[in-house]
Ligand binder design. Structure first.
Ligand code: GDP
Ligand code: IMO
Ligand code: MG
Length: 433
């Protein structure tokens, strides 16, 4: 038996670190790319030549015609969104049916899960999480409550009646909140219209390859195949270790790979942690280094910081090394990947948060909550490089000040930076040997 392990790539901040771009790039080295958690709240952007494509559920290895792509057990799938994504690939003449596999244990997002997301968000008033409203939270809630429907159920004769029963429960909940289900719209459709499309998409799903993901992946590893697990969201959105309650409802950290794919901990290999050279967040919740000022505006403008799923402007701020150190600890990151430093090309000086102070006292460990009155980030300043990084060609050609900036991060985080992404295209990537 082979002792191959699953390598993992995951976000170290609040999502949108550039995972899609880097997974697409790293896919060359792997046989299989597998999503292990989350759903269509993710928006992973790939730029390949003139094509810019945003993937929500389908793994970012799909544009490599010789790679298997798996949607793992830990993912929650809205068949309507999934079918649309598949249609988009058909329109691009990407053939994928024989190399896209879906775990039977993955849970389904029902149309009424999406409605419940809206019910719960509107009931929160000023404390809204800023959910993408894709039904993620309610679907995971039903999973844990042992009420959910799974992909493996769709071929079952009792599927329709189970669906109707769960739908009724959801409608009753909505009613108890006084929610007006009749005027509710999803994708500009009434609930009934959306349901029709959703049921048609279930038929499409039946035509694809549904697998027992845990056995399938372990067999692939036994055969010597290489697997890359693709994270969604980011560590600070993890349901356990993120900035709760302003988080998503799944495990976006490295241990989530075991749960989401069915591989044991001793079959996890490298853990690539990916971080932006600055920091962004979409939706509500604490963000100590946020720059709600001209600097933040400049980062948003230069970095094109608008949500790939919802189009919302992302909140922007400086890199937070205290937060990154915590993420590296939680995930056991072995290799660090830095993206989007090119967005900082024009800055005279760059700031990096190197400690938190609470009422004048430096914090030693990462706090339980970041929503503390009196929490103040302390910054170190690094001289900017004021050069176009994409013109560097390779590591040797990178400006000295940029190398200093990388060393500063490595020294603080005690983790080696192996890859730098200096632009959205596959080609704009520099490996550090
Ligand atoms: P993901 O959710 O982690 O896959 O990230 P998103 O796709 O939501 O957001 C990252 C954005 O930055 C996308 O528009 C990418 O095309 C873009 N991007 C990725 N890497 C780089 C980079 O190194 N430089 C620049 N300028 N843009 C990048
Ligand atoms: P990718 O994979 C950035 C955020 C939402 C909201 C919170 C909960 O592209 O990095 P949910 O829809 O899960 O109920 O939203 O999490 N969020 C993301 N932010 N990138 C993502 O995914 C996100 N997925 C969810 O904005 O604040
Ligand atoms: Mg994204």
């Amino acid at each position: 038996m082979n002792d191959n392990k699953v390598d993992v790539l995951l976000g170290l901040q609040w999502g949108d670190e550039g995972k899609g771009k880097v997974v697409d790039f790293l896919s060359e080295k792997y046989d299989v790319i597998a999503r292990f958690h989350g759903g269509a709240n993710a928006g992973h952007t790939l730029k390949i030549g003139n094509l810019t494509h945003v993937l929500h559920l389908i793994p970012s290895g799909i544009f490599h015609s010789d790679k298997l792509n798996i949607i793992g057990s830990g993912v929650v799938i809205d068949p309507y969104i999934f079918k649309h994504e598949c249609d988009d690939l058909h329109n691009l003449s990407v053939k994928f049916e024989d190399r896209l596999l879906i775990a039977k244990r993955a849970h389904l997002i029902l149309p009424t899960h999406r409605m419940l997301d809206a019910v719960y968000e509107s009931s929160k008033g000023a404390n809204k999480i800023g959910s993408t409203l894709k039904g993620i939270g309610p679907a995971y809630t039903d999973k844990v409550a042992r009420l959910g429907l799974r992909v493996g159920d769709i071929k079952d004769e009792a599927f329709q009646s189970k669906y109707e029963a769960l739908k009724k429960q959801h409608l009753d909940i909505a009613k108890s909140y006084g929610f007006d289900c009749c005027s509710f719209r999803i994708e500009n459709m009434t609930l009934e219209e959306y349901e029709k499309e959703w049921l048609a998409a279930i038929e499409y799903l039946k035509s694809l390859q549904l697998i027992d993901c845990e056995c399938y992946i372990n067999h692939l590893l036994d055969e010597g195949k290489t697997v890359l697990a693709e994270g969604a969201q980011g560590t600070m959105l993890d349901v356990d270790f993120g900035t709760y309650p302003f988080v998503t409802s799944s495990s976006s950290i490295s241990s989530g790979v075991c749960l989401g794919l069915g591989v044991p901990p001793n079959r996890i290999g490298k853990i690539f942690g990916i971080a932006k050279a600055y920091c962004t967040r979409v939706g509500a919740g604490p963000f100590p280094t946020e720059q709600d000022n001209e600097t933040g505006e400049m980062l948003r403008l230069k970095g094109g910081e608008y949500g790939a799923t919802t189009g919302r402007p992302r909140r922007c701020g400086w890199i937070d090394l205290v937060q990154l150190k915590y993420s590296i600890m939680i995930n056991g990151v072995t290799d660090l990947i830095i993206t989007k430093p090119d967005v900082l090309n024009q800055f005279d000086t760059i700031k990096a948060c190197t400690s938190y102070y609470l009422y004048g006292k430096q914090l030693i460990d990462y706090p339980y909550s970041l929503m503390l009155d009196g929490l103040v980030p302390h910054y170190d300043q690094i001289e900017g490089w004021k050069t176009d990084l994409s013109a560097a060609g390779g590591y040797i050609g990178l400006p000295k000040n940029f190398k200093n900036y990388l060393s500063f991060i490595e020294d603080y985080l005690k983790t080696k930076i192996n890859v730098i992404s200096v632009g959205p295209d596959r080609k704009e990537t520099i490996f550090i040997e």
